[in-house]
Design a protein. Structure first.
Length: 193
């Protein structure tokens, strides 16, 4: 499996709490039975199976083309389960819309039961930073969910501006898979406005 690429921005001197969502490589498709004209938008998808707030795409909706997203080329939207058959998109207003049909598309979460994880940040110069479920800084918080935490003291002590990281998952059978990798960029926390 090819690891996903995700850059990790860090603000020097600030606490970092970064949720990481681990998804299986294949897609799940669930038919939409109703799109309600509500704000925020609620959609009925019987037995949707989402594990909580989760990345999704919608395909094939009629009479509201802006709701559709191409999973291969467009970013996801976060859906929040309301109940076992209803999801909500807080960022969308369905008032006045008459959309129908379509399919909810998402990738199932990775089952992390019995797993351990390690995230290693490697700067071009200097010591590596290691965060793990065994020694701290990385926690399994649910189905397909990890939380990376760096204290303000840890980020303040960083003396490089860019590094690379890898996230490896060790499964209960002992196999190890590299799940994520990318650049870590450090900023001073200033804003442009």
């Amino acid at each position: 499996m090819q690891p996903a690429c995700l850059d990790l921005p860090v603000i020097k001197g600030a606490t970092l709490r970064k949720p990481l969502l681990l998804m299986q490589p294949t897609y799940t498709y669930r038919p939409i039975s109703a799109i309600m004209p509500t704000a925020p938008l609620q959609i009925t998808v019987p037995a949707h199976g989402l594990p909580g707030e989760w990345p999704t795409w919608i395909e094939g909706v009629s009479q509201w083309s802006a709701l559709n997203r191409d999973k291969a080329r467009e970013p996801f939207r976060i859906a929040m389960p309301v109940d076992a058959d209803t999801i909500e998109y807080n960022d969308l207003n369905g008032l006045g819309q008459r959309a129908t049909g379509g399919t909810l598309v998402y990738q199932l979460p990775v089952d992390l039961t019995g797993c351990s994880a390690e995230l290693v940040i490697t700067p071009e110069q200097g010591a590596e930073l290691v965060f793990s479920t065994a020694n701290g800084g990385l926690a399994i918080t649910g189905l397909g969910r990890l939380l990376l935490e760096m204290t303000a003291e840890q980020t303040a002590a960083i003396d490089w501006s860019e590094a690379r990281y890898n996230l490896d998952i060790t499964f209960s059978d002992g196999s190890v898979q590299r799940w994520l990798q990318g650049k870590v960029t450090l900023s001073g926390g200033c804003c442009h406005g």
